[in-house]
Design a protein around this ligand. Structure first.
Ligand SMILES: [Zn+2]
Length: 207
């Protein structure tokens, strides 16, 4: 992870990950995008079924949306740490407890990209918060969310099950909250194997 980060930083010139303009060598985003992201309002709610609480650091728009794309499609690992930093700084202490559980990637997607944005964000957040990380969930079957319309996604929730013992208090982490069907399936799988508290944080939330 550390080496991969160093390689990514070395390969990527100091350009803003969100807008592509030049920025300070140590910066992930330029000052302008940094200010815009700082202005984005976090969202807290009871959220999708099965979750005790859901908190997202920003609406899925503008700079936040650009950063999600930079991590997902351009594999800019420093973006994962920037997202984790924002979550660490802004999320209420009541949310940031328990063991971090990344929302599992769909196997076909993971194979194609060789990269798991939610996993990278979860690992960066676990390191920052100094809390345990348990990759105890896996996708099952061939159900895919990408490319489906919202109504279809809600009608066909992903199949998710536990592949290892689940923590009593779980903090699910994903890059974007869309319909909530995936988080609900994760929460159900965790509670089926013993989690009594399931909270989720996402970097962005589609409104
Ligand atoms: Zn920028």
């Amino acid at each position: 992870m550390k080496l991969a980060n160093a390689v990514a930083v070395a390969l990527v010139p100091p350009l803003c990950a969100a807008c592509g303009r030049s920025c300070r060598p140590e910066g992930v985003v330029c000052n302008r995008c940094g200010r815009r992201l700082a202005d984005a309002k976090p969202l807290l709610g009871s959220g999708p079924a099965g979750l005790d609480r859901v908190w997202s650091s920003a609406p899925y728009e503008g700079v936040a949306r650009d950063l999600v794309g930079a991590l997902k499609f351009r594999h800019l690992l420093p973006v994962a740490d920037l997202m984790a930093e924002r979550i660490e700084w802004l999320a209420p202490a009541s949310v940031l407890g328990g063991t971090i559980v990344p929302v599992p990637p769909a196997p076909p997607r993971l194979r194609r990209r060789g990269f798991d944005p939610a996993g990278e964000l979860a690992a960066a957040l676990a390191e920052r918060l100094d809390v345990p990380l348990e990759c105890c969930l896996e996708r099952r079957g061939r159900s895919r969310q990408v490319g489906r319309r919202r109504a279809e996604r809600v009608g066909h929730p992903p199949r998710i099950g536990a592949c290892a013992p689940a923590p009593r208090s779980a903090l699910l982490v994903d890059d974007v909250l869309t319909t909530g069907a995936t988080l609900t399936a994760c929460a159900r799988a965790l509670r089926a194997v013993g989690s009594s508290r399931v909270v989720a944080v996402t970097f962005a939330r589609r409104l």
